[in-house]
Ligand binder design. Structure first.
Ligand SMILES: [Ca+2]
Ligand SMILES: [Ca+2]
Length: 316
């Protein structure tokens, strides 16, 4: 409630103006920039392996102490300003940074900020199926090997002509390599779901889906490992032997428990081409004829349910 005359209620005296100006001048630096905020960046080189080193950099303002939970388990891992961490194990990790300036603290959570590892794609060819939306010219993609070399790149999709159209591309891949597929949208709204339900899908030649999406903003990178030498539970708990290696006419694979044999095997050459493949019904099926192979390095992939192992061998 004001007791001044109505015409005076919205007016300030010169003294009042002076005080307002004084307060503004002394506090404007505080109002212009935050004096206390949490922020971070991370530097890393991702590949398909299940481990990755990350250098975190604190970009906070006004912090005098730091608490980092770098793997989302609510347990503080580091209290230094700029930690380096080695992640072991594929998956997405939340990163939480809590800063303090002695009197107050601030916490910022970055969900799935660090992603380690890649999809499994044990095959000789990867098939891209792309269904465009109403703005196909915004879409492009590139398929790279682990050195970053672009092996396949998209054609130019034409506005109007290529709207709501399905495109299929085939990528030849080799064994023991990490590939990336990057899809890009120049407008930043993906190909779903504002201007039509576009999508991309990567499948193996055998029809297994590696990755699919459409609602990816400015873009997305898919990491895919092809026949990376790995050991799963079944094979690590079975002391198998492979002999002779190098081999001439027959390669033998022996499991201690002949009642628990793997399901099948496939022999690949260095280019990832399938040389032979067989379902394993009996012990004899694991004596593999190699006399028809030309000399060189090959890989034999054994599978048992969801486990697989790939072993290199030499034909001499
Ligand atoms: Ca932790
Ligand atoms: Ca778009």
């Amino acid at each position: 409630m004001s007791y001044s005359r109505k015409s005076c209620r919205t007016l300030f005296t010169p003294q009042q103006y002076a005080r307002i100006y004084g307060v503004y001048q002394t506090s404007r630096s505080v109002m212009a920039c935050p004096s206390f905020s949490a922020d971070l960046t991370a530097a890393f080189t991702r590949d398909c392996s299940d481990s990755m080193n990350v250098d975190f950099t604190d970009n906070s303002i006004g912090a005098t102490s730091w608490e980092w939970d770098i793997d989302g388990d609510d347990i503080i891992d580091y209290t230094i300003q700029n930690p380096t961490h080695s992640y072991l194990g594929a998956g997405g990790y939340d990163v939480t940074l809590t800063i303090s300036n002695g009197s107050e603290s601030l916490t910022k959570v970055y969900q799935d900020y660090i992603i380690v590892g890649g999809e499994t794609a044990n095959t000789t060819q990867i098939i891209l199926t792309l269904f465009t939306d109403n703005w196909p010219a915004e879409t492009s993609w590139v398929f790279r090997d682990s050195a970053g070399t672009a092996l396949y790149t998209s054609p130019e999709y034409i506005e109007g002509d290529d709207d709501f159209t399905t495109f299929s591309e085939t990528f030849d891949i080799s064994t023991n390599e990490c590939y990336t597929f990057e899809i890009i949208d120049t407008y930043g709204d993906g190909i779903c779901c504002f201007s039509g339900n576009g999508s991309f899908t990567l499948t193996t030649l055998e029809g297994d889906i590696i990755a699919t999406g459409g609602n990816y903003g400015f873009g997305e990178i898919i990491y895919m490992a092809n026949a990376v030498l790995s050991v799963d539970d079944y094979f690590s708990s079975n002391n198998m032997t492979v002999y002779p290696n190098p081999t001439k006419n027959v390669l033998n694979i022996k499991f201690p428990n002949t009642n628990d044999l793997p399901d099948s095997y496939t022999v690949y050459n260095m280019l990832g081409q399938i040389m032979s493949s067989k379902k394993i019904n009996q012990v004899d099926d694991l004596s593999i004829q190699t006399n028809t192979l030309s000399n060189g390095v090959y890989y034999i992939a054994l599978t048992e349910k969801n486990s697989s192992i790939t072993i290199p061998f030499i034909k001499k």
